[in-house]
Design a protein around this ligand. Structure first.
Ligand SMILES: Nc1ncnc2c1ncn2[C@@H]1O[C@H](COP(=O)(O)OP(=O)(O)OP(=O)(O)O)[C@@H](O)[C@H]1O
Ligand SMILES: [Mg+2]
Length: 265
């Protein structure tokens, strides 16, 4: 059974001028425990909206979302909130760290709702996760004093500290240099395999996307599977940006820093 199962999900929003914006137009996606799925797509195509629905932060307008076989609409608000806290680790695109709380307090925050050992050892667990993102010496620093990349790493540590069964990462390396980004993706993959989590990564960076087992591109509100092993790979991945990279060029400015060898034309 799939951990996450979206069936023909749409998401519409009503604009102030009474027009309806169709953000998602029928998204079908299944992600099993232990699977890593990547979604790429141009800015404004609905990637964060999709992740918010998967993370129970937003509801589909139509279609069905089954969480381990149970329609989320069958869960009470209380139960949905509890599932979100217990089972989901969310790396927000805008980090959403708590201001005025130290890095350690931010990372320990999800464990305040945990039971037993996780609750009592929350500071040790948070410190150890901050160490894994390379911030073991910044435990008592406030987020506003940290660089963008450091804040992003705190956000990653917070998402992982409870050992989630579902990890939803929205541009998790967006503020990081290539090398630190690779280390953070290693960590996401490591924690996902430690807990057997389903991992969904949204990214503009093809090198990050290439680490996933399955790949999708969000186009006009529809998820299109991408076969990175097939012909015309870069065209598949990036849509309408030029596919004729000059020889030796490994950089698509619209998409982020690097194109991995396996997706170069
Ligand atoms: N509540 C809302 N009200 C109005 N418009 C919205 C709302 N939520 C999302 N949108 C619009 O829907 C579109 C998709 O937004 P979303 O944040 O999902 O895009 P994205 O693919 O994550 O973009 P980016 O790559 O820039 O992060 C955007 O045009 C956005 O302005
Ligand atoms: Mg987004």
């Amino acid at each position: 059974m799939s951990m996450l199962d979206l069936r023909d999900v749409t998401r519409d929003v009503l604009l102030p001028d009474d027009r309806v914006l169709h953000i998602l137009r029928g998204v079908t996606l299944s992600v099993a425990a232990g699977e890593h799925v990547a979604v790429v797509g141009r800015s404004g195509t609905g990637k964060s909206t999709l992740l918010n629905i998967l993370g129970l932060l937003d509801a589909p307008t139509a279609g069905e979302y089954l969480l381990e076989g149970t329609p989320v609409t069958a869960l009470s608000n209380r139960r949905r909130t509890r599932r979100r806290g217990q089972d989901f680790g969310f790396v927000f695109q805008q980090f959403h760290l708590l201001p005025g709380r130290t890095a350690l307090e931010n990372v320990a925050a999800p464990l305040l709702y945990a039971a037993g050992r996780q609750f009592w050892h929350r500071r040790d667990l948070a410190a150890s996760m901050l160490d894994r993102v390379g911030l073991g010496d910044r435990l008592d620093t406030m987020p506003e004093k940290l660089s963008g990349g450091e804040q992003q790493r705190v956000a990653v540590a917070r998402a992982l500290v409870r050992g989630p069964r579902v990890i939803l990462a929205d541009e998790p390396t967006g503020a990081l240099d290539v090398e630190t980004g690779q280390q953070i993706m290693d960590l996401l993959d490591d924690v996902a395999s430690e807990t057997g989590a389903a991992l969904v990564t949204i990214t503009h960076d093809l090198a990050v996307a290439a680490r996933a087992r399955r790949h999708y591109r969000l186009v006009d509100g529809v998820l299109v599977p991408v076969d990175v092993g097939g012909a015309g790979r870069v065209a598949d991945w990036v849509g309408d940006v030029p596919t004729h990279l000059p020889v030796g060029r490994t950089h698509l400015p619209e998409l982020g820093p690097s194109v991995p060898a396996q997706v170069q034309p």
